[in-house]
Design a protein around this ligand. Structure first.
Ligand code: F6P
Length: 552
């Protein structure tokens, strides 16, 4: 909703600003003593429990945040997004990643046209194609079954599919379906990534999927040409049509590249790159690896959260609550980072994916109307699975800077191990950390407690933990495809909520353009200097010196 009033000029914003002074002196130790408060800070939907009682927030804070949501017209903005209005105004596009996982009978329009039938027709095409490849009905140029897939793409055309693939790999149902198949990714233009992606692969059994919304991204196009060369050199020029397919919105460029138009899996301009894992971008490579029905479960999980997000009142709405708390932490309390800490190795690629979803979406300097923001939007996301992270950066989280943490745990392990002589099973050992860390952060350890523990005086300052460090806990029932879809959608919508509150456009990414165009100028210079042996010119002293040394 275009509005000239900045959110920071509204009453609820001022009210929250003043409220910071009420909250800051209240230690989480005390807040945690209020059972009624804690009870009110647990929300559950479709098997997922979120406990945000360890946030530096009272019930009053939440009321004020919900008032802020009203002032920001959050509900109207969610409705405008789900109704296909052109809310990405700098690109004049709808933002409809929810349509990618919508049930068949749902009507979602962009520019007056229901997009759901198009979505389902691409899904049907992927289902048929992946079944043909997996069953061996479609074979490679030398008659061999294509059991290996290399997905070539970067950014949103890589990180989401990599996250879901990594998460599904250890799911018993999914891994059973993946037997005999292999999925790899090639993202970086660094030739090392190319070398890694093809090491040990036989081109005769490999299908290359070029994934690029624009089909112009320089890294992806160079990698695509390199893969095409590999196929041609090993199997001959005619093999390309059997061994290369594409996912893109740019049908013309895909055809020009030499891929058979029948083997293009389309999507639409209303799918943002970082929100595209539920389009053919993710669905095709994942279906080739796991079969379509596993991927359908993933889409259904995401869809269940979409329904919840669009219909639940603010007080019960997981993405709304999480988004508002992130605004509270980053904008009002001044904690500009957020750690994403899944206690599940299967989620090791979750934080890298959310980094793009969050930071490319909300790392903006102006409002949606182009007015310079008088506050900082976006936050710095990073993370690692626990317990590995505990032995890496948790020192800083416990005694250094205050970094709000998302602890993500899973109730049932997919690979339970119980050794005979151990106190607990391996998953309980892992989850003990998941349950303990939030309290360590919230309560800390006082000098009085250390004294009582007979800690030597000179060590007391070093061993004291101030506590009062906010976190929230997300408990998933399991980590099947459905739950992975739920988790993805919760974070996607949380990021949108933050952007809607800040009043920015979370769906464009102009900030990545400048670096790209400067890199093109450098490429031209490198090519010229190498071919014509000309000196570097047109750059500043620093870049000229570096380039000259590099060329030597
Ligand atoms: O990094 C910028 C970006 O445009 C991302 O938003 C996008 O996910 C990525 O590049 C890849 O783009 P494409 O799918 O068009 O190759």
């Amino acid at each position: 909703m275009a509005s000239t009033t900045l959110i920071c000029e509204t009453e609820p914003w001022m009210d929250l600003k003043a409220h910071v002074e009420d909250i800051k002196p209240t230690h989480l130790r005390n807040l945690m003593n209020d059972t009624e408060r804690c009870k009110s800070m647990m929300v559950e939907t479709d098997g997922i429990l979120v406990d945000y009682s360890r946030q530096q927030a009272s019930q009053k804070t939440m009321e004020k945040l919900f008032n802020l949501a009203k002032a920001a017209h959050l509900k109207e903005k969610i409705d405008r997004m789900s109704n296909g209005e052109l809310i990405n105004i700098t690109e004049n596009r709808s933002v409809l990643h929810m349509a990618l996982r919508a049930p068949k009978d749902k009507v979602i329009c962009s520019r007056g046209v229901n997009v759901v039938p198009d979505v389902w027709s691409v899904l049907d095409k992927i289902k048929a194609f992946s079944e043909k490849i997996r069953s061996g009905l479609w074979v490679g140029a030398t008659g061999k079954v294509l059991k290996d897939v290399v997905a070539v793409g970067i950014g949103g055309s890589f990180l989401g599919p990599l996250f879901v693939h990594t998460a599904l790999q250890t799911d018993p149902e999914a891994s059973e379906c993946a037997k005999g198949h292999q999925l790899r990714f090639l993202a970086n233009v660094d030739p090392i990534d190319y070398a890694r992606s093809i090491t040990g692969l036989n081109p005769e059994t490999t299908l290359v999927v070029i994934v690029s919304k624009t089909f112009t991204t320089r890294e992806t196009m160079l990698n695509a040409r390199t893969m095409r060369e590999w196929i041609k050199n090993e199997l001959g020029s005619d093999a390309v049509s059997k061994h290369m397919v594409a996912v893109s919105t740019n049908i013309k460029l895909v055809k020009d590249f030499g891929i058979d138009p029948n083997n293009i899996f389309g999507f639409w301009d209303w799918v943002g790159g970082r929100y595209s894992v539920c389009s053919a971008v993710g669905v095709l490579p994942l279906s080739l690896q796991y079969g379509f029905s596993v991927v359908r479960n993933f889409l259904d999980g995401a869809s269940s959260i979409d329904e919840h997000f669009c219909s639940a009142p603010y007080e019960k709405n997981l993405p709304v609550i999480l988004g508002l708390l992130s605004v509270w932490n980053s904008t009002f309390l001044g904690y500009s980072s957020r750690a994403i800490l899944p206690y599940s190795q299967a989620l090791e690629k979750f934080a890298p994916h959310i980094q793009q979803v969050s930071m490319e979406s909300n790392g903006k300097g102006v409002t949606i109307d182009g007015i310079k923001l008088p506050f900082e939007a976006g936050e710095i996301d990073f993370g690692e699975p626990g317990t590995n992270g505990q032995h890496s950066f948790y020192q800083l989280i416990h005694q250094g800077r205050v970094i709000p943490c998302d602890f993500i745990g899973v109730m049932k392990s997919q690979h339970p191990i119980s050794l005979k002589d151990e106190l607990v099973c391996n998953h309980d050992e892992l989850m003990s950390n998941f349950f303990a860390q939030p309290d360590a952060l919230a309560y800390g350890k006082t000098s009085e407690q250390l004294l009582a523990d007979n800690v030597a005086n000179d060590l007391i300052p070093h061993k004291t933990f101030s506590g009062n460090r906010p976190s929230l806990s997300i408990l998933l029932p399991s980590l099947g495809a459905y739950n992975i879809g739920q988790l993805l959608a919760i974070y996607e919508h949380r990021v949108a909520v933050q952007g809607f509150i800040w009043g920015i456009n979370s769906f464009d990414q102009w900030g990545v353009e400048l670096g790209k165009s400067l890199a093109s100028q450098v490429t031209l210079q490198l090519s010229k200097s190498r071919k014509e042996k000309t000196p570097v010119e047109g750059f500043n002293y620093s870049t000229t010196t570096l380039l000259t040394k590099f060329l030597k």
